[in-house]
Design a protein around this ligand. Structure first.
Ligand SMILES: O=C(O)CCC(=O)C(=O)O
Length: 312
């Protein structure tokens, strides 16, 4: 029984088909089981994975970011498993008044305990595409899928425009550019909708993962970000500027860079903006400078996956 379950990847067949309560569910179950077996035969070979993994490692090492296109079947399965979570997120987002929404409110967290199907599909996709192997080689230890976060951004989000609440707003060419204060080592953002220039594409300053930093500078920046000292409200700015000069560091630095300065020009020149169709996966080292979800038109729907070392 267990061998059969492994062969057909039983856990990756959606729960409503596994129950096999109707003839259409039985047909659906057989179809899903067959496609699981075929997919393993066609795309699961170790050699293919090793090549793909090596390409991911090399690109992460040189650029800090790597983009791949996921296999259609794997992508469709993920979309199906994520649909109920996205529906719920859409309704909680809808309860917020237009605008005035922080970035975090655009994101939900899937739980491994409650969303086993989604975790299984994402894990299978990351494994078969060689991404987990590639990330493990990049990090130098075994990488695992830690979190899956469904995310919807639309043009009513203004976290990137309403930066200084007490000042008249003016566009900042490096608005919201940051590196992550904490969390996993690598993120993988799966585009669930087509993303053009106005749909909040993700962008990354190529090579910025190699900007020298020490444990101490990391610690100072993360502490300021976590404690709110690097916020953009007047009181936060006053707290920040009251710090000794050596402690005036933050991960969320993009909002502080003046337009038309040399550093703004260099950052913008290094930025790779990823416009791509649904099904593309953007894998990046979170310590490089990045931003995204700044939607001008329509919406952008993604799954943000955190990859790192974790205990299950
Ligand atoms: O949603 C995006 O494209 C950007 C996400 C981001 O900056 C992050 O997860 O740290």
């Amino acid at each position: 029984m267990i061998v059969c379950k492994r062969v057909i990847s039983y856990e990756l067949i959606p729960a409503h088909l596994r129950a096999m309560r109707s003839s259409s569910a039985i047909i659906g179950f057989l179809g899903a089981a067959t496609s699981n077996v075929l997919q393993k035969l066609l795309t699961g070979s170790r050699a293919h994975r090793a090549d793909a993994g090596a390409a991911v490692t090399q690109t992460l090492q040189s650029d800090g970011i790597c983009v791949i296109r996921t296999a259609d079947q794997a992508f469709n399965r993920i979309c199906q498993a994520a649909a109920p979570l996205l529906e719920r997120l859409r309704s909680t987002r809808g309860r917020q008044s237009l605008g005035g929404r922080d970035f975090a409110e655009s994101r939900a967290s899937a739980l491994r305990t409650e969303n086993a199907d989604l975790f299984a599909c994402v894990e299978q996709m990351l494994t078969q595409s060689g991404v987990l192997d590639g990330c493990s080689a990049y990090l130098g230890h075994s990488a695992k899928l830690v979190d899956v976060n469904p995310q919807i951004n639309d043009s009513s989000d203004d976290f990137w425009q309403r930066v200084f609440p007490d000042l008249p707003s003016s566009p900042l060419p490096t608005a919201y550019l940051h590196r992550d204060a904490s969390g996993g080592d690598i993120k993988a953002i799966l585009y669930l909708s087509d993303v053009g220039p106005d749909n909040g594409p993700f962008s990354y300053a190529l090579g910025s993962h190699r900007v020298p930093r020490t444990r101490l500078t990391d610690w100072i920046e993360e502490t300021n970000d976590q404690s709110g000292a690097s916020g953009t409200a007047r009181a936060d700015r006053q707290s920040f500027i009251a710090l000794p000069a050596k402690l005036q560091r933050k991960c969320a630095f993009g909002n502080d860079i003046l337009p038309a300065t040399e550093i703004a020009t260099r950052l913008n020149a290094a930025e790779w903006t990823i416009e791509a169709r649904r099904g593309h996966l953007v894998i990046f080292d979170t310590k490089g400078f990045h931003r995204g979800g700044m939607v001008k038109e329509d919406e952008r729907v993604v799954l943000t996956c955190v990859i790192g070392t974790a205990r299950r």
